[in-house]
Design a protein around this ligand. Structure first.
Ligand SMILES: Cc1cc2nc3c(=O)[nH]c(=O)nc-3n(C[C@H](O)[C@H](O)[C@H](O)COP(=O)(O)O)c2cc1C
Length: 561
């Protein structure tokens, strides 16, 4: 028996308009005062239940990779070009997974957003859309693809809420995704990507994909770095569970976090939405077989399919057990075909150039360099360190720049994807292209990004798009949708400033700068230009990078406890 099973949340929700502003007063103040992502992290830590904040913030084992991801950026210098004659506003727009977007970054998929704040996935999706960014939903989301899509449709229906970059005077380009005839028109608004973990029960996977497609998700990512669940020791120590258990320890901490606790107790209990999606699909199948059936029970349909647990707690262990560690390249190829021509498919969790090449051979349209934010295999390399080698595996920076130039020129003239594919084959023969469409393979990146300069470094080192995990979750934890929007604002401003100071006026310019990105320890070297022309170079880390010590302790070091 829990307060939720007794319906306490329904009673408390009546008091929410009066109580919420009071219990959130401090959190709002902290969020308003935050000037960077590290400050937002502090605000999140002060608002959220410890168990929840630690789940967000933690890495695996000794958190070495967690720290590495972030520290590696500090070891890269930006060698700026002066008097570049750039006029603000700078153009941060680009194209990611077939979507025209206003900013080169996007929220990476993350599990269980409603545990951080009741705005959950819908709040993140709305904040992303208002910034003209692509949104990604995790299979382990606490909101279904259908409900996310509805939240965005409702937002769009409220009238043309002008995206941040439009307000700044930048006009958006229109997306063309005709290589994927079934793609939804969502690509013009930033687009929606659905992320999948692979489960043993294929019918469950199919049901999830079907709802994502029906809800206008126009791209897919298969995450492959979580075949075994990473060892997050903070979670073990805290007794982390979804939904929370009513232990004395948890309750004692809940009392010290009234804003989070009020939200939790006055809203419906959160749980992973995937099983509800599967249950709905089974019910629909059963009804289509027997239209007179008005029962809403699903158990009768479970004879041939694996039974779905109905109570929240057993659902969570069901999901954990459902991961399929034996998933292979053949299965990955099966999945690409299941998604079909709805849009591009990315392989998420790659750090080896060889795996990137195999992904291309197996039909993926995009490769996503990621180590799950340092939450999985401890001592995996920092993602920014391996990004250049994966770019090289996809044909190198020279071919990449030539391919994107060719694609831009064709699209400017109104050419379709087939024309882009022909132009790329002609002008950039070394560029790795999708077996399915002939379009250039996209390279997505995430891990450790917390500053605009980090985003710029990833772009110069070969990324087509840069994902953020923890940063926007800190925002969500600290203040719901407004907190996420604040993080996007901070990073947008920081990225524009970094572009301006570096002397590059657009994402395209940053990409072209990759031609100069060679350095003495192997960061892209295909152009052979003078070393002293490079925009980025690596240096040894130094304690001098964190002179006040406080920045390190506040989190700039990442996960330092
Ligand atoms: C709390 C949390 C939950 C996550 N859940 C998922 C998930 O469900 N699926 C997935 O592919 N990646 C998941 N990730 C990994 C992110 O997509 C992303 O790769 C990572 O967070 C990027 O690193 P960063 O947090 O340093 O930005 C999660 C990350 C965090 C922090």
């Amino acid at each position: 028996m829990t307060p939720h099973s007794l319906g306490v949340h329904k009673v408390l929700s009546l008091l929410t308009p009066a109580v919420r502003p009071l219990v959130n007063w401090n959190a709002e103040r902290r969020l308003a005062a935050a000037v960077n992502v590290a400050d937002v992290r502090d605000a999140a830590k002060a608002r959220a239940h410890k168990m929840v904040f630690d789940y967000l913030d933690a890495g695996a084992d000794d958190e070495i990779t967690l720290r590495r991801n972030k520290d590696a950026f500090s070891q890269i210098e930006l060698h700026y070009r002066v008097l570049a004659g750039l006029k603000p506003p700078l153009d941060l727009s680009t194209r990611i997974m077939g979507n025209d977007v206003d900013v080169p970054f996007f929220p990476s998929p993350t599990a269980g957003s409603m545990m951080f704040h009741r705005d959950g996935e819908k709040g993140v999706a709305r904040a992303a859309r208002s910034h003209g960014a692509m949104y990604c939903l995790s299979t382990m989301g606490t909101t279904s693809p259908r409900d996310v899509a509805k939240a965005l449709d409702d937002m769009d229906a409220k009238g043309p809420r002008r995206a941040v970059s439009e307000r700044r005077g930048i006009t958006r380009r229109e997306g063309i995704t005709n290589a994927f005839p079934q793609a939804s028109s969502d690509s013009k608004k930033g687009g929606k990507l659905f992320q999948l973990y692979v489960w043993k029960d294929r019918s469950l996977v199919r049901d999830l994909l079907a709802q994502a497609k029906d809800s206008g998700f126009n791209s897919l990512a298969l995450t492959v770095d979580l075949t075994w669940y990473g060892n997050r020791e903070r979670d073990t120590r805290n007794g982390f569970t979804v939904p929370p258990a009513y232990t004395l320890k948890q309750m004692a901490n809940a009392i010290t976090r009234p804003a989070w606790t009020w939200d939790f107790l006055s809203s419906p209990e959160y749980a992973y939405a995937a099983l509800d999606v599967a249950a709905d699909a089974r019910l629909a199948r059963r009804r289509s077989m027997n239209p007179d059936d008005v029962s809403d029970r699903v158990s009768d349909t479970q004879e041939k399919e694996q039974a779905l647990p109905t109570d929240r707690r057993s659902q969570v262990s069901f999901i954990r057990d459902a991961f399929d560690p034996s998933f292979s390249w053949d299965d990955a190829e099966w999945l690409v075909n299941e998604w079909g021509d709805v849009g591009p498919v990315a392989l998420k969790g790659v750090v080896r150039p060889g795996d990137a090449k195999t992904a291309v051979e197996r039909g993926f349209d995009a490769v996503w360099v990621s180590n799950h934010g340092g939450r999985q295999l401890e001592t995996a390399p920092a993602t920014i360190d391996v990004l250049p080698s994966v770019r090289t595996a996809l044909g190198g920076t020279k071919a990449w720049v030539a391919a994107r130039r060719a694609a831009d020129a064709v699209r400017k003239q109104g050419g379709d994807d087939a024309a882009v594919a022909r132009a790329v084959a002609r002008d950039a023969p070394a560029m790795a292209v999708s077996k399915r469409t002939g379009l250039p393979i996209e390279l997505l990146f995430d891990g450790g990004v917390q500053r605009g300069t980090d985003i710029v470094k990833a772009l110069v080192l070969g990324a087509d798009g840069v994902g953020l995990g923890k940063p926007y979750l800190y925002g969500l934890c600290a203040g719901g949708e407004r907190g996420v929007a604040k993080v996007f604002d901070i990073l947008r401003d920081e990225t524009e400033r970094a572009f301006g100071l570096l002397g590059v006026g657009s994402v395209k310019d940053a990409r072209e700068a990759s031609l100069f990105a060679s350095n003495n320890d192997g960061i892209g070297k295909d152009d052979g230009r003078e070393l002293n022309e490079a925009f980025v170079r690596r240096r040894a880390a130094s304690a001098r990078d964190f002179p006040d010590g406080g920045a390190w302790a506040r989190g700039y070091g990442g996960g330092v406890w």
